[in-house]
Design a protein around this ligand. Sequence first.
Ligand SMILES: Cc1cc2nc3c(=O)[nH]c(=O)nc-3n(C[C@H](O)[C@H](O)[C@H](O)COP(=O)(O)OP(=O)(O)OC[C@H]3O[C@@H](n4cnc5c(N)ncnc54)[C@H](O)[C@@H]3O)c2cc1C
Length: 471
Amino acid sequence: MRSVVWFRVQDLRVSDHGPLSDAVDGGAVLPLFVIDPARFTPERVAARPHATQFLVDSLRALGERLESLGSQLVVVRGRSVEVVPRLADAWRADRVLAQRRTAPAARARDARISAALGDRFRLYGGETLCPPGSLRTTAGDPYSVFGAFKRKLVKQVVVGQPLPAPWELPPVPPDVAAQSEALPTCAELSLDRNAQLLAGGERAAHARLRRFLEGPIERYPDRRDRLDAEGTSRLSADLAHGTLSPRQAWVASLEASPAGAAGQRFREQLLWREFAYSTLWDRPEVLEHPFRPAFEGFPWQGDAGLFDAWREGQTGYPVVDAAANELRESGFVHNRARMIAASFLTKHLLVDYRRGEAHYLRYLTDGDPPQNNLGWQWSAGCGCDAQPYFRVFNPMTQGERFDPEGAYVGRWLPALRALPARFIHRPWEAPANVLDAAGVRFGQTYPWPVVDHAFARERFLWTASQHLRAG
Ligand SMILES: Cc1cc2nc3c(=O)[nH]c(=O)nc-3n(C[C@H](O)[C@H](O)[C@H](O)COP(=O)(O)OP(=O)(O)OC[C@H]3O[C@@H](n4cnc5c(N)ncnc54)[C@H](O)[C@@H]3O)c2cc1C
């Protein structure tokens, strides 16, 4: 039996990898990665610089790991829909094994490959804890409410033990190995490396998981929302690229914190991820349209200047601007800051959530369409089990509550770093001598607010209620 194990961009690991484990059970194993123009043209690389750096590093780590096991990653260029069936024939493969994907474009591509290869093409779970689309309400419908989805999953799904990494792999036959190209490097892709990004690869993912489970998980419930603390796992890029499987995160956290509230709270977040995948699986149209049809045709305003101010950290609202800088500089934004920034863009500035969603996907290392879309639609109030539209975050009180000393703002917004905590989330209230002492000059070192908070809040509520009433 000759099995091609086709690694894609979301399953870059050798442990808990269903296709690899199955392939190892019999005969030759041909690990394949396709450098597909769908992800690797210069435009596409430039459109996702941080995620691409993480991807390049994770691919290199995967290649090294396969070599240490006696095999190698065979790297081939071309469109997957053409390359995979062609290689399957040329390499006389009995089967091509890969992990199933949820993203609509990947599903469409897999359907075409399946049509070409028939039952030689086999897809495995692993992207999620349970197969998206498998949980249904008693009426047989997909879930629209997270709480009910979560209860059903906990009742119905038994999360099994992760599969171990193989001890060793058979060598790739020389005729196949000879066709492999080198993996791309950041330099070849014209990517300037960003030293602030997390390291990619399976080993780095497990080190992050261990670090989290050895300490921060215990305080996760009360620190996960704190912008000024490293209270979360930072596993999102690993889960998005599959350098860690959700099952590995789930089981490891269960072993580290079996019944305690800390572990449960963390696992609940993993279930939000499941909910996001499930929603996209059942309703792929959410990537283009609001989940709630009543929001179709919402009168978003197209003020490019305001969008640019938000994107560049120039709104005059410190916590919103800090989040913008954190994103551009480090490829990450704390979840609470994502919610505040997304709420501000959509509700204060009335900018279409899809513009923010695209900007986040561009710069997040963990940029993941199911979760990103859910997060943006949640924040805008138009999504599946979203925050009600009439809840408009107050950026000052959110900042004061979740960044009380102003450490987060100070870190990502140096212009305000010297302000006392009392004024850092509302600098316009600081007396002139305090501003002077901190070196803050409105309009020069830091902008005035682009919109008045109370006015913006009322404007959104009025706009939304008018639109929803008319619909
Ligand atoms: C506007 C917006 C956009 C977002 N875009 C993305 C995205 O592109 N990719 C992404 O992975 N997450 C996204 N999230 C969810 C969340 O912000 C990140 O998963 C989290 O901040 C990652 O940090 P962490 O790994 O330390 O999280 P932890 O708190 O340690 O959580 C563990 C894991 O649970 C999952 N998770 C946590 N919170 C959520 C959530 N609210 N919804 C879905 N899954 C969650 C993630 O996989 C995360 O890695 C978005 C949220 C918002 C509000």
